[in-house]
Design a protein around this ligand. Sequence first.
Ligand SMILES: [Fe+2]
Length: 168
Amino acid sequence: MNNQLTPNLKNERHAMEVINESDVMETEEIISKLNDLVALEFNAIETYEVAIERLENLDYRAKMTEFLGEHERHLMDLCDAIIQEGGTPLDGGDYKQFLTKGPVIVAGIGGDKSVLKAMLLNEGLTNKLYKNANDEIYPGYIQLMLKQALGDVRHHRVWIESAIEQLD
Ligand SMILES: [Fe+2]
């Protein structure tokens, strides 16, 4: 049997669709790609922590703290999936090799608008990488988790964009 019935989450108009097994990623590739997202989330979390310290407006701080909690949940879900697939999640030390400049940029600037603009750049990266991840064929439970995470980071980006607009 080369083909199996698999829920196709990428096309909800056809709930069940035949997917060739060769289209589903190898376990090693799944683990490697999920670990790239773990690095992304460690970096996002650090960026949020720096931003929350620097923001003066308490409403912004509260919202960023809420979003930070969602990134922490993404990180836990990614680590759970990696373990489920038989891999080892990166830890907080390993990820530094993937470090983007987010936390450094946020730490070096002042004023809520500048902090939010730096956060928007950072959220552009999370949106891009989760969008890419949603275009791949992962096992169903991982696709569901990645879809939820993409929804979260899209919401973050829209919220930050509108907060910046209101400061113009
Ligand atoms: Fe975010």
